[in-house]
Write a protein that binds this ligand. Structure first.
Ligand SMILES: *Cc1c(COP(=O)(O)O)cnc(C)c1O
Length: 342
């Protein structure tokens, strides 16, 4: 077994032994290979470097009580990766190739999937970048698809703790821009707003709809949801929100497992009083309860600044129970990763 303190992992780069690497050249993908080299040697003209022609994904592998390994809704990541690639005029990675790459990376690095009960997981990062000799603003002549992974810690150590957020004056995406795809440019645009929020002791900032600045869209790099006082699950709907797989999973679980009405709709800043609880959701954040939101000079508290609300807690238990194999999953949500020797 590898020598890692599983209970004290954060979210930072750790070099695991193996990664998957494939090239797109002359109109087709080369056969992907596993490699131990964690560096990429690319042309200085690569469009990924100059014009942000790149997209990525983020998903996790979960160690179960019986020591088997789960992937959660990996086909959804494969499809979103294709949507992102298409928006930026990059070749799509076929779904089977994406799943094979992710599976191999987990199998080869299986010793780095944290033990059940630690709350830690193996974070998997698929990446597609435009490379090759180029300088004009055009799609790249070649592409690299790589998948690497590293163990990351439980987002919450010692229970779900609410944190506070501040409404940003900046936009992370344009109304009909690239907000709905997982591309690096959106993240570059969010670094400064995020830094300014953290300097003021907030966890991150909340972005409003870029067209009217009246509705909540995203919570940092996570989606927003609220629980209304009459027990509805509401999450914003907008063409500039990144369609979070966690969010769609919660919409389903709220309805099918908790018997709630679950809807995508507008979340106006003027109507925050309708919510008894609120949270942020995503693969990295899982479910993070929102304590309060700073809006100009007003501070709006949802359930509590110190305690997680009961519905948020139930959703968290249901979701993470499914991911770690303790709760029966809806059909197709879990893919078991076999070990290399099987
Ligand atoms: C990846 C991402 C999310 C979360 O999506 P999941 O599929 O739930 O991991 C939310 N917002 C942004 C901006 C993202 O990039």
């Amino acid at each position: 077994m590898v020598n890692i303190d599983w209970n004290n992992l954060g979210f930072s780069y750790i070099k695991t032994p193996y990664r998957y690497l494939a090239h797109w050249k002359n109109g087709e993908w080369t056969k992907g290979e596993m490699t131990e080299d964690n560096t990429l040697h690319i042309s200085e003209g690569s469009t990924a470097l100059h014009y942000g022609q790149q997209c990525f994904e983020g998903l996790k592998a979960y160690r179960c009580a019986d020591n088997s390994i789960n992937l959660f809704r990996v086909s959804e990541n494969a499809r979103r990766f294709q949507d992102s690639a298409t928006r930026l005029m990059m070749p799509v990675v076929p779904e089977e190739m994406f799943i094979e790459a992710v599976t191999k990376v987990v199998q080869y690095n299986a010793d780095y999937v944290p033990p059940y009960g630690s709350g830690a997981t193996l974070y998997i990062r698929p990446l597609l970048i435009g490379v090759g000799d180029a300088i004009g603003v055009n799609p790249a002549p070649e592409y690299i698809f790589t998948v690497f992974c590293m163990p990351v810690g439980a987002y919450f150590k010692g229970g779900l703790k609410p944190t506070n957020f501040i409404i940003s004056d900046y936009d992370r995406a344009a109304p009909v821009g690239t907000g709905a795809v997982k591309v690096g440019g959106n993240y570059a645009a969010s670094l400064l707003p995020g830094k300014e929020a953290k300097e003021r002791q907030f966890s991150d900032c909340i972005y409003l709809d870029p067209a009217t600045h009246t509705k909540i869209e995203e919570v940092g790099a996570a989606n927003f949801f609220g629980i209304t006082k009459d027990n509805k699950f509401i999450t914003p709907i907008s063409p500039s929100i990144l369609p979070s797989i966690t969010k769609y999973s919660l919409l389903y679980l709220a309805k099918e497992r908790l018997g709630m009405e679950a809807i995508e709709g507008d979340v106006y800043l003027t109507e925050l009083d309708q919510f008894s609880e609120a949270g942020a959701c995503g693969t990295a954040a899982v479910i993070s309860p929102i304590g309060g939101i700073q809006l100009k000079n007003d501070f709006h508290v949802f359930y509590s600044e110190t305690e997680v609300g009961p519905v948020t807690k139930r959703l968290y238990d249901e979701l993470t129970g499914i991911q770690f194999g303790d709760v029966t999953a809806p059909d197709g949500w879990i893919t078991k990763v076999s070990s290399l020797t099987e």
